[in-house]
Design a protein around this ligand. Structure first.
Ligand SMILES: Nc1ncnc2c1ncn2[C@@H]1O[C@H](COP(=O)(O)OP(=O)(O)OP(=O)(O)O)[C@@H](O)[C@H]1O
Length: 534
């Protein structure tokens, strides 16, 4: 007889080896799962950044964020926990079935009677779970959209005393998510229950047929009681694993729903290939292939993809020679900002052409086109980094000195120096910790650093106070020197700085010419427009 201590030591060695196996399995699975999830997340983000502007006009930020977070988290669970559970259940079931076959092929055949109801219910409930989970994920996206919108606009929410309204509306959305998630859970429970009944009914069939095979009814015994007992034991083992498999199947269906939402975005091909600089791209050589920077709009028609029935630009023709300064004026909604959006090819026009230096904007690589043009937007958009890093966004390769020089030129240093951390001061989300005029000056410094030959000023309708306006104007004057400038202008003071003015009405140019001449042309469109401002 074997020494019990030796046997225990031998068993301990085996247990330790199994433990090492468990550690290795866990590490490998975690690594594989995390790698796949990280790749998926960056692929998704990369794909989001490439999408057409029209996609962002219809898909809200919160929806995309949900895909990047919660949808991916579901896939992560599937890749780690569920795949492991599934593999274990399949291996155990296969092993168990081999034992069953060896013990009694007839009874194994009988046990197969439970398979059809298992497959049918897995298919039926699996489909329902997947559909419900897809809805849960999009409802969850709705709640994220709501939260994102309210939190980023908290000052407006507060000023309207709308906290209770918003928290109630958020609660309702979370309840919708809860109800759908419970529904999916209930379907999962039905699946588990059905599989449990089918698997155990299979055991009863084995008991009935096996009992007769023992010769209990007076017939000939074809199986021993010991064989039947061990067959039943293995069957219970297999039934347990098949039940586990059905739970895993339910969870995997959930992740399939989430995966569909992710791949829908990853596979979506933008019509304007954009955003990611091609290899060998050099910013310094931008525009070198163009003869000049003359901009020509010729008989342009444009409708926004989300509002196809409304023509925003209609047969618009306009010439902006290199080095010129043109003010674009017109009533609100006449299409002024749209002109800059189609010039940047954020949207493709429906008819006509837009050329720079004789080359259609559709022929220029989008990154070249966008490096040729800088925009100072109506509401300057800053990121939650420091003032210096916001300026550096104009040219990521710029040195400290170049950033400082741009900050000085745009009068940013004037106010930054009054902050304890100077240019390293963080500006808060979207620049909330700064005034409108300060944000404008940072945006101008960013454009100065960018040093593009064409600059568009999309002037804010809301006026800055006189002091801010003076400082912003001083900064703007630095940019204007030697560049082609388009000012989408509201204020007469800005318009007067331009040489040429183009009046836009209903998406077409109705008057164009020298600012001073048109200002004095009684009965003219520009004269009429500015006489309202005086
Ligand atoms: N992303 C968009 N999707 C659909 N329609 C849009 C979009 N952006 C603007 N529009 C519509 O296009 C028209 C022209 O808008 P645009 O912003 O060019 O006007 P604007 O002349 O710059 O006005 P304002 O002086 O008020 O800034 C408006 O009727 C506007 O509602």
């Amino acid at each position: 007889m074997m020494d019990p201590t030796l046997a225990a030591a031998g068993l301990f060695t085996m247990i330790s080896a199994a433990g090492a196996g468990v550690i290795a399995r866990q590490i490998l699975l975690t690594k594989a799962g995390e790698n796949i999830v990280a790749d998926l997340r960056s692929d998704l983000f990369r794909s989001v950044l490439r999408q057409d502007n029209s996609m962002f006009d219809t898909t809200r930020t919160g929806d995309i964020i949900t895909r990047l977070t919660s949808d991916i988290a579901l896939i992560q669970t599937a890749l780690t926990t569920e795949i492991l559970n599934a593999t274990r259940a399949v291996l155990m079931s296969t092993g168990g079935v081999s034992f069953l076959l060896v013990t009694s092929p007839t009874l194994t055949l009988v046990s197969c009677l439970s398979l059809p109801p298992i497959f049918v219910s897995a298919r039926y409930f699996g489909k329902k779970i997947k559909a419900l989970q897809t809805t849960v994920q999009s409802d969850l996206a709705e709640t994220t959209v709501k939260a994102e919108e309210v939190i980023s606009q908290i000052k407006t929410v507060r000023s309207f005393n709308a906290e209770s309204f918003e928290s109630e509306s958020y609660k309702q959305r979370t309840q919708t998510v809860r109800d759908r998630a419970i529904e999916a859970g209930v379907k999962g429970a039905y699946l588990d229950g059905t599989v449990h009944v089918a698997a155990n009914a299979g055991l009863l069939c084995i008991l009935a047929v096996g009992g007769n095979m023992l010769g209990v009814g007076g017939g000939e015994a074809v199986i021993t009681p010991g064989e039947l007992a061990s067959f039943l034991m293995y069957s219970i083992f297999v039934a347990g694993n098949v039940s586990a498999l059905s739970t895993v199947y339910g969870s995997l269906q959930k992740s399939t729903g989430a995966a569909e939402r992710i791949f829908e975005l990853i596979d979506q091909k933008p019509t304007i290939m954009t955003g990611l600089k091609t290899e060998g791209y050099r910013r310094e050589s931008v525009g070198s292939e163009l003869e000049n920077n003359d901009i020509v709009f010729s008989e342009v028609d444009f409708t926004y993809p989300t509002r196809k029935s409304m023509k925003v630009l209609s047969n618009l023709s306009l010439e902006l020679p290199q080095g010129s300064h043109t003010a674009i004026v017109g009533s609100s909604g006449s299409g002024k900002s749209t002109i800059s959006q189609v010039l940047l090819r954020l949207y493709d026009i429906d008819k006509g052409s837009i050329t720079i230096g004789g080359k259609s904007v559709k022929e220029l690589p989008p990154e070249t086109l966008r490096d040729l043009i800088s925009v100072v937007q109506q509401e300057p958009v800053l990121f939650s980094f420091s003032i210096a890093d916001n300026i550096r966004y104009g040219c990521l390769e710029a040195s400290e000195e170049e950033v400082l020089e741009a900050a000085r030129s745009a009068n940013v240093t004037d106010f930054a120096e009054t902050f304890p951390e100077g240019l390293d001061t963080k500006v808060g989300e979207k620049g909330v910790q700064l005034s409108g005029g300060q944000k404008q000056r940072i945006a101008i410094a960013r454009v100065l650093l960018r040093n593009s030959p064409i600059v568009i000023f999309d002037e804010a309708t809301s006026a800055l106070d006189a002091e801010s306006e003076f400082l912003v104007t001083k900064a703007i004057n630095k940019i204007v020197e030697g560049r082609t400038v388009i000012s989408i202008a509201h204020r007469l003071s800005t318009i007067r700085k331009a040489e040429t003015v183009a009046v836009i009405e209903n998406g077409r140019v109705v008057e164009v010419g020298d600012v001073k001449e048109l200002e004095n042309m009684v009965g003219g469109k520009f004269n009429e427009l500015i006489s309202r401002q005086r």
